[in-house]
Write a protein that binds this ligand. Structure first.
Ligand code: ZN
Length: 254
């Protein structure tokens, strides 16, 4: 059985039998894998806190011929969202973990099985590592959504109207029919994206996750981008995300 050792991100886990867990993880070099972690529900030594969604670590796993499931021997965590949540109030910590699970779920939805996508891995790892310095986890979420959709080639233009190709100007709407931003002269009842929100998008396009996490942004612009991005994600995934509901229930960070 070939043994692999790779930088990886934990995306999600679920129980498998009495004591085992299935771990879905994204490797930097060989794409998304599903592995059986033997006795993971009991073995703190080998897995400990490493199974929290969006944990970064070194994964050691074995592939078995003709089997989709690999055998996950261990994950040595390099960084986990639990550390980022530790220094916060219980409510803020819970929200931060909610966002980490949201990022992990989006990666899980978009990452193909067994096909390497190093840029997707790097985005997830960089956003995961920016969580601990995140004054504003919401701006980090908008950053993550923007870049995920850009890497997948589906983020719409933010300078030209998707319908008439004229300049977007001071504000726009997200049009479901056009799957893009349209100017105010083109009729649409989609969510409004103000000039401040478009300006924020331009900023997020040229910053690192850590810079984005530390940057301030008008609350209303963040709200507008949240609505627009969730609509875009909905258009492309065509299914609701579990973690998106959890985040709504947890409310915004204080
Ligand atoms: Zn137009």
């Amino acid at each position: 059985m070939p043994v692999y050792c790779a930088d990886a991100l934990v995306l999600r886990t679920f129980r498998y039998g009495e004591a085992d867990r299935i771990v879905v993880f994204l490797t930097a070099d060989r794409g998304k894998k599903r592995g059986v972690a033997k006795h993971a529900s009991r073995s703190r030594r080998r897995f400990g806190a490493a199974l929290e969604p969006l944990t970064r670590g070194r994964a050691t796993y074995m592939e078995r011929e003709g089997r989709e499931l690999v055998r996950l021997d261990r994950i040595e965590p390099v960084g986990t969202p639990l550390e980022a949540a530790a220094g916060r109030s219980p409510d803020d910590g819970a929200r931060l973990l909610g966002y980490a699970a949201y990022f992990a779920e989006l990666l899980d939805e978009w990452a193909p099985n067994d096909a390497p996508n190093e840029r997707l891995y790097r985005l997830g790892a960089a956003v995961g590592s920016a969580l601990d310095g995140a004054a504003g986890v919401e701006i980090l979420a908008r950053y993550f959504e923007l870049w995920l959709l850009r890497l997948e080639g589906v983020y719409p233009a933010i300078d030209r109207c998707a319908r008439c190709d004229g300049p977007l100007g001071g504000s726009a709407r997200l049009s479901r029919i056009d799957r893009g931003y349209v100017c105010r002269a083109c009729p649409s009842d989609g969510p409004v994206v103000s000039g401040a929100a478009l300006e924020l998008l331009r900023l997020l396009r040229r910053t690192t996750p850590r810079q984005a996490a530390g940057a301030g942004a008008p609350r209303e612009a963040l709200r507008e981008l949240e609505r627009a991005h969730h609509a875009l994600i909905g258009m492309h995934l065509e299914k609701p995300l579990r973690s998106m509901r959890v985040i709504k229930e947890l409310g915004s960070l204080s």
